[in-house]
Design a protein around this ligand. Structure first.
Ligand code: ZN
Length: 342
């Protein structure tokens, strides 16, 4: 436990949470038109040195960022299953819950459960509610869910012709245990997000006390809107609404001068992060073009902000950026999967 005024750190561990297959032409510029890549949908376990609100006897708060692919594909709506048919092969073993229980590499020899998702996970944060990130929320029966503003409205009603309601499950996450981050006061021109849902008091009571005072603040001339999750600077929520309404990233302080930036779906290919490729645009079937992002200019801005932040911190702090579908990162970093850490 850090003393007063001392910096607080979190640990971050990667979790396998299913795989899906992406056609390159929908994601990057100058794509091979026929190339398809099977990529992970990564989840992350974040551990903070504090007693969870609902379990004061414990000294660690366990948080999971993103839940990956549902273990049981029939849990998706028919329209979602139609979409998922175009992302095959899809694998769901191990899913997020199995990875938490047994760690990387599947079942531990002793069969010992490392973490029980029903009992031991206090908070689930979803980067956004696309099918390959919502996972199986019912596995996390005692967790509070924290999501971007407008997420519950998006799940219930969809958002316009490219994001119809049938591509979401209205009851995907438990509303009585869900808290939306505050709405961000100013949005880019042409960006109209779904309505904010105020938190139920029961849901708020499951979160750290800091949740009662959450507000968006700029950080380091790079990110216009960040929110201090625990109130101690160890874990920041970064507003990155370009990919989907309510999309958020995390910035975790893991050691002195060392940060991990979890980028969710701010891009789907590490070549975009490195500046080697751009965001693909393609026919939207309605006489216009679209990308995989709800607002392509905002998605580009988030990537620029991340690059600006990494550059500004370079030399003093090390910042590692990891996006949800980076298969190259997964291959290079197997020892950093739970119970290993980043
Ligand atoms: Zn997505």
């Amino acid at each position: 436990m850090a003393g007063p005024g001392e910096p607080v750190y979190v640990t971050v561990s990667a979790l396998d949470a299913g795989h899906l297959t992406l056609p390159e032409r929908l994601f990057v510029t100058d794509a091979d038109p026929d190339k398809r890549s099977t990529v992970p949908s990564l989840s992350f376990l974040i551990q903070h040195p504090s007693s969870p609100a609902s379990r004061p006897q414990r000294s660690v708060t366990n948080l999971v960022f993103d839940l990956g692919v549902k273990r049981d594909i029939t849990g998706y709506t028919p329209a979602q299953q139609e979409h998922i048919a175009q992302r095959q092969p899809v694998t769901t073993d191990p899913d997020c819950a199995a990875s938490l229980r047994y760690g990387a590499g599947g079942s531990t020899d002793s069969g010992k459960v490392l973490l029980d998702p029903q009992r031991d996970i206090d908070v689930v944060i979803l980067s956004h509610v696309h099918w390959d990130h919502v996972g199986t929320p019912s596995d996390f029966g005692s967790a509070a869910f924290a999501v971007g503003s407008g997420t519950l409205d998006l799940l219930a009603r969809g958002a316009g012709p490219l994001y119809p309601a049938e591509l979401f499950n209205a009851d995907e996450i438990p509303a009585s245990r869900t808290v939306e981050f505050p709405a961000v006061p100013r949005r880019a021109a042409g960006y109209t997000e779904p309505q904010h849902t105020p938190a139920a008091p029961d849901a708020l009571a499951r979160l750290p006390a800091s949740a009662r005072h959450w507000s968006w603040k700029p950080l380091a001339d790079a990110f216009p809107s960040t929110l201090d999750f625990f109130g101690d600077g160890s874990l920041l929520i970064i507003d990155t609404p370009g990919h989907l309404y309510g999309h958020v990233n995390l910035l975790a302080r893991v050691a002195e001068h060392r940060y991990v930036y979890l980028g969710g779906d701010c891009c789907h290919d590490p070549r975009i992060l490195r500046g080697e490729r751009g965001i693909a645009e393609y026919d939207d079937g309605r006489g216009g073009t679209r990308s995989v992002h709800v607002h392509t200019a905002e998605a580009r801005r988030a990537l620029d902000d991340i690059a600006k932040f990494v550059k500004a911190r370079g030399g003093r702090d090390q910042v590692e950026v990891v996006v949800a579908h980076d298969g190259e990162w997964r291959e290079r970093n197997r020892t950093r999967f739970w119970p290993g850490r980043l």
